[in-house]
Design a protein around this ligand. Sequence first.
Ligand SMILES: [Fe+2]
Length: 610
Amino acid sequence: MARFLLVLLCFIALLGSSLGSSHANGRGEQSLAQINIYETSLALDSSVHIHASPQTLGSQGEDTEWVNVAISNPKPSSDDWVGVFSPAKFDSSACWQTDGKEKAPFICSSPIKYMYPNSVPDYTKTGNVILKFQIINQRADISFALFSGGLWSPKLVGVSNTVAFANPKAPVYPRLALGKNWDEMTVTWTSGYNINEAIPFIEWSAKGLASRRSPAGTITFSRNSMCDVMFGNPARSVGWRDPGFIHTAFLKELWPNREYIYRLGHDLVNGSTIWSKNYTFVSSPYPGQDSLQQVIIFGDMGKGERDGSNEYNDYQPGSLKTTDQIIKDLKNIDIVFHIGDITYSNGYISQWDQFTAQVQPIASTVPYMIASGNHERDWPDTGSFYGGKDSGGECGVPAETMFYFPAENRAKFWYSADYGMFRFCVADTEHDWREGTEQYKFIERCLASVDRKTQPWLIFIAHRVLGYSTNDWYGQEGTFEEPMGRESLQKLWQKYKVDLAFYGHVHNYERTCPIYEDHYSGTFQGTIHVVVGGAGAHLSPFSSLQPKWSLVRDYDFGFVKLTASNHSSLLFEYKKSNNGQVHDSFTISRDYRDVLACAHDSCEPTTSAA
Ligand SMILES: [Fe+2]
């Protein structure tokens, strides 16, 4: 221990000021990036006591536990903070080879979260406090470290005992996604078991059907998969954390509309089997099936901590509210689309586990379909369409590994998905979409290949606003869109009669296109564009300009629910994350003949917004 503390002179910087300053990423900060660990010094004080309990977590198989951290500090200060470290031993032994320019000795990993004791009354008077941390199973033991000096010049004054989960390698956080065929569901989860230790699989069954096992593949990613360390990249340095092993099983030949029960399993080499608890899902309807189908769509949710950690920036205050409203209504939801800017981990890989834990009640029950955003993909000189640094060096690797989505090539994040009467064409705005590109061809193929007689509801999805938004910065730019968005794609939306186009990136709600009013019927006239990026990250103000095509705007947290009752009626609702109340709604009512009625050449080539 003494040796460990002696080498603990200095911590790696978290590069807060060097992260991307995109106007689209909340306030441009990951809260972990605020800690100036390069300037951290060792100031261990034997009169400081920190005790964490219970010492063993998850003894009943839980993947989430509350831990009490009792602190006694004779010199309390309002800017003291407690970092949660995992692995618990955060000294230089885990450091990677460097070019020798860093200060040494040093540690090489960010805390996974942190909290201010001052959030509890009287701490600065008494120095005594019990902090309650919610801890999830992230495959390694955990310690709690008290720092004085604030985030800018931290001084380590004490470290707690170590706590650990009974089985840190346990399979956790299942997330469902549609496969490439309508009768296929995929299950992806995380564990600490590599293929030489255990064989991963899903055991599943439905009432009246024999139980089956489906094998799972295992993948992971390494520090070397992260993008270049230049520009201050946390993903390859202080933000790196071993992601464990990611398993995906493909459950095939599902009966439509049937409830299945499933559990995650690992057959260990010693002959025993590790099981998760049981989960259930309802399989997809047959494409074109006439039945009630309910879809949730939102972007930019990010994650929040239920114990109040990471409050430096009060980051993403809406995330938990959105998550909780969806969980509350889950029995009335069939599928979820989170359309980019998933975790805002921004290169701090531990946040991916925390996100998958947060959405587990949703993602283990209904397909959780994701799109790629700037915070998943962008990094200079890496082939992203935008050269910003918003991914913190992740370059799409965690998103493409932690979640399944039915793309031909998961590094090219575009795909189509059929769900009953819906066809979703999901674009990837972080790769070129313009005419002549591979992605443009995919978008046209996706839109063109759907039979509207059976799948009348055609939905286009993209992270950045390729259509219309009166968000503040788009207003200042005078574009009211991501440049080259609608110029490239509007003729496709019009030709193939896309009903609705959804975007995130802008953290508010807006429904556009005045030609439709609140309700429209009959012949298709053009696409309704919806910005629904207010699921959690800091809200984006609107421009003072409001062109006539901007019908409804809301500066608040929320999400959209689509309810298809049959082939003729689609209910659109925008709901507030605060209370689940409907704030905006309309119904599209029409029959197949109305879709047929408008041949491409007889339609207006653009909406009145052009
Ligand atoms: Fe974004």
